[in-house]
Design a protein around this ligand. Structure first.
Ligand code: ADP
Length: 182
């Protein structure tokens, strides 16, 4: 599934983000950059210890919620890992949507600053952080669409969804936002 936005595009894939060969892959990190389960565990397992060694050294204060930082990608196929910190879902009244959008925007900015033509995102905040995926998918796709409309870069933004349920949610959201009949 592909949504063309000028010369850039958003794609939806189902799979494991650590298999991606995009220039950058995005980690669903925590504010301490301390490692964890889910996407974070998978990235550090496959990428090796060099990734956390670098983030500890470069970002000893961690990363605020709603933002992102960048490192090399260790043994992964990607060139960079962008560690994005989405919000913990607290019912929707604690600026969760704005923070989630901020994590996507900052990740895209970092990708452009590091000359990445392609970037792969997981669905930030929708695992351990509990953000309802029907809402998170719309926030995610809207943030990326708006960024691409303005900047036309990175050329390819791929969402890699873990399993058919998450893929289906993003597909429905993309159909709705792009005006294609579901
Ligand atoms: P958060 O703490 O931001 O909620 P998680 O890593 O717990 O982050 O989950 C974010 C989303 O990523 C969830 O929807 C989860 O199912 C999915 N996910 C978990 N592992 C992977 C993976 N290897 N590749 C892609 N998505 C994954």
């Amino acid at each position: 599934m592909r949504w063309q936005i000028g010369t850039a595009a958003i794609e939806l894939h189902q799979g494991d983000i650590t298999d991606e060969q995009t220039d950058a892959i995005v980690n669903a990190a925590n504010a301490e950059l301390a490692g964890g389960g889910g996407v974070d565990g998978a990235i550090h397992r496959r990428g090796g210890p060099a990734i956390m060694a670098e983030t500890r050294q470069r970002y000893p204060q961690g990363c605020p919620t709603g933002s992102a930082v960048i490192s090399a990608a260790g043994k992964l196929a990607a060139r960079h890992v962008i560690h994005a910190v989405g919000p913990v879902w607290q019912g929707g009244t604690r600026q969760e949507a704005e923070r989630l959008a901020g994590a996507y925007r900052r990740s895209l900015q970092l990708a452009v600053e590091h000359d990445c033509a392609s970037i792969a995102f997981p669905s930030l905040s929708t695992g351990a952080y509990g953000y309802p995926i029907d809402q998170a998918s719309r926030v995610a796709l809207t943030a990326v669409r708006d960024f691409l409309t303005e900047h036309q870069r990175p050329e390819l933004v791929r969402f890699v969804l873990f399993g058919p349920a998450a893929f289906g949610e993003f597909l429905a959201a993309m159909n709705e936002l792009s005006g294609t009949a579901a």
